[in-house]
Structure formats: structure tokens, C-alpha cells
Design a binder for this molecule. Structure first.
Ligand code: SF4
Length: 688
């Protein structure tokens, strides 16, 4: 039997590995290495290896569904479109909100943004970047003028000192973890800070276990020690930055002496000293971080502190250095780039800038105009508005997202969605959120379409179609074009294929101007910014100057503040959450992958062995985890690898959902929730 090999990009994490899909008789049946990608050089992690298994799952949605009398019935596309159009037309612009998707292509995210702002004239568009790296976008934009990972993935291997904080890289971005190993084999020191002794900790030369939510204190303490010893990069500070004195005024306070930081964080003074010495004296030094830094009420402060230490040590704009914010999902970077955020059009062009607003309005040519030049609601704010002010938002269109498992305080989300008059969900499976919809539209998965996605290192890469979607499922871009046409805007959505959409994106987006499908066909693809057709792309940002108008990086004086909810007598432990190697986000794909699901079939709560002994809890026992938001029965995993006083739950599992427990307190700037720290108690379950 003849086999076909179709090179594509992994649909899971933001690393952006390439592999070949193996196609037999028109169906995807396996994966094979593709060795020419400079990102992963033919290697993949287990999720990539088994990325074909969910594609032809019998659970795939194959027909539109309309809810009648509380039950879904199959419908034709015309019936589904007619109902959606009738409902969508009945709402005012501010009554409509949309969620784009970190999983679908750039082109489809762009169309969802255009549909929301152009067809519906609504300001309210966002997506799950709000839940993972909104603090990075806001924090790095404030410090450097541009909110993205500064260096490339292969470049990490060039570092001589790698400092990983708030990222379990070896489980969450395994092929980036490989670059840390390469750096270490080249002689680099690896410092790792995390409340859990994870697989990443096993690769470190120095492991620092710390209390969740004390990141700013730790970073301020390290900066104080670096300055005290004269290890700062004086020339870089002098020529490339401003406001250094303001930073110094805060970090040199007694509050951030290593002794005080040790009391706050739980890290021994000697470890803090060693970390400061290594990071202060060994160059180049790279920092890698992820959601352990961003998912806090002080997420932006945490990110700005990381920017501070990298400017202090001159570790920016050069190989082996940088602020490496590891973005979670395959195309979360791209969905942000495409303007699926409530404050920007593509390429972070501000919606409130009249010139930008006019540029998009003119280019799109909607005869009745587009949304007002005002910022809309973030997804976390949408949920709060739905609960606190019922009737203000009435209708939502969600493409490829599952807030009923991914958002904090799921009971709150259920109440919010319950207050909608009309919900459309477009997805490949009947997710927990789709179950609540009025209309469900079946879409194509990554293996069933062309298009581009932008990985964490700003590399724009191709997806390539390997098989047809199942049943009557359609590619998201086709659904959006057909729906726009039914709404009366066929002229504004005239595309015949994804390439035409990409060309429109490139024309309107300075950082993508020089890109085309022809140029992206190369295995190395292109990093943005790529302003002209001759430009080679930009693997390392801020080489000569930062992106602020004066070209300087800006130090921010940041004081440490504890999390919004801290342990007390009733809830005496800290709960933190995260991902594991074998599963992906809300599990809609990995839990339908036979191999991945059989490796890890359900969730757990990690409890320190000393805490478990005090509580009388045995390994494997089902316990009840309780917070102020709700309770979950979940197996206990008793381990010495987690800090005393801290508990951890992976958030992939609908039967023991960590996000029933998490806190939706928000960072005031980024509006990201504090997933990484809330107060919890654990109870033994006794027979009634
Ligand atoms: Fe896919 Fe990420 Fe694994 Fe690479 S590291 S194969 S992108 S899940």
C-alpha cells in the first residue's frame, strides 16, 4: 500500500516542532521524523509522536448540532447558519463577544478578529492567551516596547548560564528542554527555581525550592546581591536603559537582603548567593520562564522583574541570553499577533490609535464601518460581566476554546455561560463548553488544512493538509467566510484559500510585511519581525536598541506582594496547578489519544510526604480538596518532591478539575487570573 508523507507542525505546545504525518488510503495513520527543522532536528516528545491518534477518533464532530429542548439534534449547515445569522443580527455590537483560538491557524484567527470587529462591530474579542501569557505581552511591552520571547530556541544551547523559573520545561516544552541539556553539555550552569522537584530540576546544577508567589522577592534579592558585588553590566545600563536609579532604590532595601528573601521564599541563603554569583558573573545568561511567573495577580510585576535582571546583567540582544517566555499552546503567539486581543489589531497595533483604526477600516471596506476605536473586554472580564451584570453581554461565539475546563473557578464560568442568551461553539470535539452551546459547528483539525502558526520563538511555520475533515466538518476559515457571506459581507470575505488570507495579514501587519507562503516553505521558515521581502527575519530581538521610541529599555521598581489568597486556619495549604508531559490543556485531544491517555488516565493532587503523614493520608487514597470556590475528590500522590505546605494538581482532567478550585483574582493590568496560588485544605473522605 502506498504511503504519503506530509510535513507539518505539531498541534500541541508552543515549541513548534515539525514532523511528517503518514497518510494511508487518504487517512492519517502515524507520524515520522522530519529532520530538516532547526527547531527539533527530527526529535519529538510523546505528544508529537502520537499526534495522529486523535485525528480520526470516533468522537470527532461530523455535523452541525442545534440544541432543541435541551438536547442536541443534527442539522444541516444551512439550518445552523440560518439560526446563527438570525440570532447574531438581533444583538447590538456590545452584546456580542468572541473567543479566538490558540490552536487554530493565524489565518483563521485573523478572520475571527475581522468577523468580530467588522461583521459584528464588537470590541470584545480575546482568547486563552489571557490565561497564560497576558502578563508577558503587557510586561515586556512596558520594559522593552515589544512583548515576545527575545531569542530563538536553538540559541538557548549557546547560553553559559540558564536560569529557569516558573517553568517545568522538560515536561511542558520538552524540545526546549533538550536545548538546556545541550547548553549544559557545552559547560553552562543551570539554575532551576520551582516549588516542585520536577524532571527539569533533575537537570539543574542548582535547584531552589520556593513558596509560590514569592518570585519578585527572589529576583529583587538576586539583583541586590549582584549590585552589591559590582557584577552588573554598567555599560549596558548606561547606554541601553533608563530608570536604573529607580530600580536600585527598591532592590537595595533591607527587605530584599538575602536573609529576608530566604524567610519569604524558603530558599536557603547559600543557594540564593550561589545563584546570584553564577548569574551575575557568567555570561551570556538566558532566563526561561512560563506560567509559574505569569499566572499571578502580580504577573506583570513578575515579568518586569525578569526584564529588570536581564537588563541589569546586559543579557539582551545577544546570542545565548534573553528573556525567553515559553508560550504554551501551538499558536498562542500567533493568535496574539493576529489581534485576537481586546486592545490591538494585528502586530499589536492599538485599536485606540485613530490612524490604525482608519487603516483597518479602509482596508476591510465594510460599508457600515467597523467597531468603535475602543478597547473591549478580556475573557476573564467577560465572565465577570456575565455574572455581575446579566444582560450586558448576551451572545458569544467561541472557536476552539474550552473555558469550562481552562478558566479559573469553573462554577463561576458555568454561571457566566448560563447567563448567555445564545452561544455558538466551533470545535473538533464536543467539549465541556460545547455541551452548553445552542449551536455547535464541526471544524477541521490541524491535519486537515493548510495555514500558518507562530511558535513561542516568533517563528512562523506552515501546516499542510494531509487528509479531508471527517463527515461534514469544515475548516474554520471556510465556516467564517460562509457565515460572513450569510451576514451580508461576502465581499469582505472573498478568499479562495488560506494564502490569500495570509497575504492580507502581511499587507496590514508591519512585523509580517516581508512574509509569504513561498518564503515560509523553507524548513527554517521566518521569525518576525520581517519587514520586507528581502529581510531574513529576526531570531534575536533588541540587538541594537529596544522597541520603545527612544530605543531604551525601561527598568521598573517593583515591590513584592503576596498572592491574593494566602493560607489560613481554614485553608492551610497553597494549591498550585500545571501541565504534565503526557497531556495537553483541557485534554480534548490527548485524552482521545489511546497511547497518551493510557499512560496517565486521570489526575491527582500532589502532597508532601510530611504533610500527608500529619493528615493521615496514604498514597493513592481518594481525598477531598476544598477551596472557597468548591471541592474535588481526587487521588492523593504522596511525594517528597513538593515543598511542605504546597499542593499541586494537573489541570487536564474533567473528572477532577483543578479549576473548580482555582481563584479568579486578576492581575490589574493583564487581567490574568492567579492560577498558581490559592488557599486549599485536604480532607479524608470517610464512609457515611
Ligand atoms: Fe509537539 Fe511541543 Fe512535543 Fe515539540 S515539544 S513535539 S511541539 S508537544
Amino acid at each position: 500500500m502506498e504511503l504519503k508523507f506530509v510535513q507539518t507542525t505539531c498541534p500541541y505546545c508552543g515549541t513548534g516542532c515539525s514532523f511528517n504525518l503518514v497518510v494511508k488510503e487518504g487517512k492519517v495513520v502515524g507520524t515520522q521524523p522530519y529532520t530538516r527543522s532547526p527547531v527539533n532536528e527530527g526529535k519529538v516528545c510523546p505528544k508529537g509522536t502520537y499526534a495522529h491518534e486523535f485525528v480520526n477518533s470516533p468522537d470527532r464532530l461530523t455535523k452541525p448540532l442545534i440544541k432543541k429542548d435541551g438536547r442536541f439534534v443534527e442539522a444541516t449547515w444551512d439550518e445552523a447558519y440560518d439560526l446563527i445569522v438570525q440570532k447574531f443580527r438581533s444583538y447590538r455590537p456590545d452584546e456580542f463577544a468572541a473567543l479566538a483560538s490558540a490552536r487554530v491557524s493565524n489565518e483563521e484567527n485573523y478572520l475571527m478578529m475581522k468577523f468580530t470587529r467588522g461583521v459584528m462591530k464588537s470590541r470584545h474579542i480575546d482568547h486563552c492567551a489571557r490565561l497564560c501569557h497576558a502578563s508577558t505581552v503587557a510586561g515586556l511591552a512596558a520594559s522593552f516596547g515589544s512583548g515576545a520571547m527575545t531569542n530563538s530556541i536553538p540559541d538557548i544551547a549557546e547560553s553559559k548560564c540558564v536560569f529557569v523559573i516558573g517553568s517545568n520545561t522538560f515536561e511542558q516544552h520538552p524540545l526546549i528542554g533538550r536545548r538546556i541539556v545541550q547548553a549544559r553539555m557545552n559547560g553552562a550552569k543551570v539554575i532551576y527555581a520551582d516549588p516542585r522537584y520536577t524532571p527539569t530540576a533533575r537537570q539543574a546544577d542548582l535547584y531552589m525550592q520556593f513558596v509560590p508567589g514569592t518570585d519578585v522577592a527572589i529576583l529583587n534579592g538576586l539583583m541586590q546581591e549582584i549590585i552589591r558585588n559590582g557584577w552588573e553590566d554598567k555599560e549596558f545600563i548606561e547606554t541601553r536603559t533608563r530608570d536604573y536609579e529607580k530600580l536600585k532604590e527598591v532592590v537595595m532595601k533591607e527587605d530584599y537582603s538575602l536573609e529576608n528573601v530566604s524567610k519569604i521564599s524558603g530558599i536557603p541563603v547559600e543557594h540564593l548567593k550561589t545563584a546570584a554569583e553564577w548569574f551575575g558573573t557568567i555570561r551570556p545568561g538566558a532566563i526561561l520562564y512560563s506560567m509559574g511567573i505569569t499566572q499571578h495577580t502580580v504577573g506583570v510585576d513578575n515579568v518586569r522583574s525578569i526584564a529588570n535582571i536581564q537588563m541589569l546583567t546586559g543579557n539582551l540582544g545577544k546570542p545565548g541570553a534573553g528573556v525567553n517566555a515559553l508560550r504554551g499552546q501551538n499558536n498562542v503567539q500567533g493568535a496574539c499577533d493576529m489581534g485576537c486581543l481586546p486592545n490591538v489589531f494585528t502586530g499589536y497595533q492599538k485599536v485606540t490609535d485613530e490612524g490604525v483604526h482608519k487603516k483597518f477600516a479602509d482596508a476591510w471596506g465594510f460599508p457600515d464601518g467597523i467597531c468603535e476605536p475602543e478597547t473591549g473586554y478580556e475573557v476573564t472580564v467577560m465572565m465577570n460581566v456575565l455574572v455581575d451584570n446579566p444582560g450586558e453581554l448576551k451572545c458569544m461565539y467561541i472557536m476552539g476554546e474550552n473555558p469550562m475546563l481552562s478558566d479559573p473557578d469553573i462554577n463561576h464560568v458555568r454561571e457566566a455561560i448560563g447567563n448567555l442568551e445564545f452561544l455558538v461553539v466551533q470545535d473538533i470535539f464536543l467539549t465541556e463548553t460545547a455541551e452548553l452551546a445552542d449551536v455547535v459547528l464541526p471544524s477541521a483539525c490541524y491535519a486537515e488544512r493548510d495555514g500558518t502558526q507562530t511558535s513561542t520563538e516568533r517563528r512562523v511555520q506552515m501546516w499542510r493538509k494531509a487528509q479531508e475533515p471527517p463527515g461534514e466538518a469544515k475548516e474554520d476559515w471556510k465556516i467564517l467566510c460562509e457565515l460572513a457571506a450569510k451576514m451580508g459581507y461576502a465581499e469582505q470575505f472573498p478568499y479562495q484559500d488560506m494564502e490569500e488570507i495570509f497575504n492580507e495579514i502581511a499587507a496590514l501587519t508591519p512585523s509580517y510585511h516581508g512574509m509569504s507562503y513561498e518564503r515560509l516553505e523553507r524548513p527554517e521558515a521566518l521569525h518576525w519581525p520581517c519587514p520586507t521581502a528581502e529581510h531574513p527575519g529576526t531570531p534575536i530581538l533588541h540587538r541594537e536598541k529596544f522597541s520603545h521610541p527612544d530605543g531604551l529599555g525601561v527598568f521598573a521598581p517593583i515591590e513584592w506582594q503576596p498572592p491574593a489568597e494566602v493560607p489560613d486556619a481554614e485553608y492551610p495549604y497553597i494549591l498550585t496547578t500545571g501541565r504534565i508531559l503526557w497531556h495537553w490543556h483541557t485534554g480534548s485531544m490527548t485524552r482521545r489519544s489511546r497511547t497518551l491517555d493510557s499512560e496517565v488516565p486521570t489526575g491527582w493532587i500532589e502532597i508532601n510526604a510530611g504533610d500527608a503523614k500529619e493528615l493521615g493520608i496514604q498514597n493513592g487514597e481518594i481525598v477531598r480538596a476544598v477551596t472557597r470556590r468548591g471541592s474535588v475528590n481526587v487521588p492523593a500522590k504522596v511525594t517528597p518532591d513538593i515543598m511542605r505546605g504546597v499542593m499541586f494538581m494537573p489541570f487536564h482532567f474533567a473528572e477532577c478539575p483543578a479549576n473548580l478550585l482555582t481563584h479568579n483574582a486578576l492581575d490589574p493590568i493583564a487581567k490574568i487570573p492567579e492560577f498558581k496560588a490559592c488557599a486549599v485544605r485536604v480532607e479524608k473522605i470517610t464512609e457515611a
